[in-house]
Design a protein around this ligand. Structure first.
Ligand SMILES: Cc1cc2nc3c(=O)[nH]c(=O)nc-3n(C[C@H](O)[C@H](O)[C@H](O)COP(=O)(O)OP(=O)(O)OC[C@H]3O[C@@H](n4cnc5c(N)ncnc54)[C@H](O)[C@@H]3O)c2cc1C
Length: 371
């Protein structure tokens, strides 16, 4: 199967990492990415220990770590600002590399896109699959620019609102709004923010270092009915969501002044029950298990999916490979989605208790196991 031509729909984190992993195993790979600008939010992303290990297995660790802020623990705080836990995370990529890191999304995309290109991936920007037909021997694809082409396999890495998922499983439920939204803002990094610092109360809140100079703050808030939030006034609205927080956070919140720099996102989740594949088409990442960010693992799951999928395709024919890929991934991905949603439920007051530090420790233990 190594000579197979594979089309990946979606050039996000999952699409790029699967392209790299598949190229490394000798497959011919094309990415079709809908967005002609290939834009990503300017804020950052947390990469946990298992993700650093996954990036190591793709051979990208040096460029990745050089673009990031490394750390080895998560500090947790009560709502009044008292530190309640410091949870060490394992160095899964070897003693010379950090356990975890914070990285800006544009920097992560740069590292992955450079690697995908130099591995020989064909990347088509502004290209989408209009429709496809799997005839058992291959997948005939018609693109939105009217061109038609034939591939051996199609990987749907097209995110939470995956059109590939809708095409193969038209009756599958789509993502559901959880009742919360997240507000993010880049700020200068104070010297004492040397790792992810998260707050355990009903207001979900955290600081993530991204570089020597920069960090971002996130806050999750209840947003009943998922209202439209105009750009104008977002800075004041984010500050208002931070009313009553610990004094050091309140002091930082005064620097949230630029409406256009606030990145606002309603939180949605999805876990696809049943198969993640049909015939010669398979789904990865948010297309099958879109999670809320409460455990900082959504992209991590997409990256691990990529490695496992490539590994199985190098060993088996497509359908057994897809089944083996799903069998290796579903328990971990379900745990991440359900646990992340549970944190949000607690923050929304729909659960009486939740031991966030204990859940974080469990997340580290489970995800430290091999993929
Ligand atoms: C607020 C927030 C914070 C988060 N923070 C973290 C974090 O700290 N750590 C972490 O690990 N995860 C985090 N995540 C989760 C993470 O962003 C996602 O899990 C990850 O981006 C999923 O990657 P993906 O490639 O599956 O999908 P996406 O990143 O959504 O990429 C899908 C790509 O497909 C393209 N596309 C869509 N439709 C089509 C189409 N029809 N044709 C062609 N292309 C198409 C899109 O333009 C996009 O480029 C967070 C998520 C949110 C919402």
């Amino acid at each position: 199967m190594q000579q197979a031509r594979i089309l990946i729909s979606g050039g996000g984190i999952g699409g790029l990492t699967s392209a790299i992993a598949l190229r490394q195993r000798g497959f011919s790979v094309t990415i079709a990415e809908r967005d002609p600008e290939w834009s990503v939010y300017g804020v950052g992303i947390i990469q946990q220990a298992n993700v650093v290990r996954a990036i190591a297995s793709l051979g990208l660790l040096d460029a990745y770590v050089a673009s990031a802020y490394p750390f080895d623990r998560i500090e947790m705080f009560a709502p009044d600002g008292t530190q309640v836990a410091s949870i060490p995370s394992p160095r899964l990529a070897g003693g010379d590399y950090p356990a975890q890191l914070g990285i800006s999304r544009p920097a992560l995309q740069r590292v992955l896109a450079d690697a995908a290109r130099s591995a020989g991936t064909e990347i088509r920007l502004g290209a989408s699959v209009e429709r496809f037909e799997d005839d058992g021997d291959g997948v005939g694809v018609r693109f939105t620019d009217g061109t038609c082409e034939r591939f051996d396999l199609l990987v749907g890495a097209d995110g939470l609102y995956s059109q590939t998922r809708a095409a193969i499983f038209p009756d599958a439920p789509g993502p559901a709004f959880t009742g919360q939204s997240v507000w993010r803002y880049n700020l200068p990094r104070p010297a004492e923010v040397e790792c992810l610092q998260a707050y355990t109360g009903r207001v979900g809140l955290g600081l993530v270092p991204l570089s020597a100079d920069t960090m971002y703050m996130f806050v999750t808030s209840p947003e009943p009915g998922n209202p439209h939030v105009p750009v104008e006034g977002r800075a004041a609205a984010m500050r208002q969501r931070l009313a009553g927080v610990a004094p050091r956070i309140a002091a930082l919140a005064e620097q949230i002044t630029d409406d256009r720099a606030v990145v606002y996102k309603p939180l949605e989740a999805l876990y696809l029950e049943g198969p993640w594949h049909k015939g010669r088409v398979v789904l990865i990442g948010d297309a099958v298990h879109g999670t809320t960010p409460h455990l900082g693992q959504g992209a991590g799951m997409a990256i691990e999916d990529s490695i496992v999928l490539a590994d199985e395709l190098a060993r088996h024919a497509p359908e057994p490979a897809f089944a083996a890929y799903q069998a290796r991934r579903e328990g971990r991905c379900r745990f991440i989605v359900e646990s992340s949603v549970a944190v949000g439920e607690f923050q929304l007051g729909r659960r009486d208790t939740l031991d966030y530090p204990a859940l974080t420790r469990e997340m580290f233990e489970r995800t430290a196991k091999p993929v």
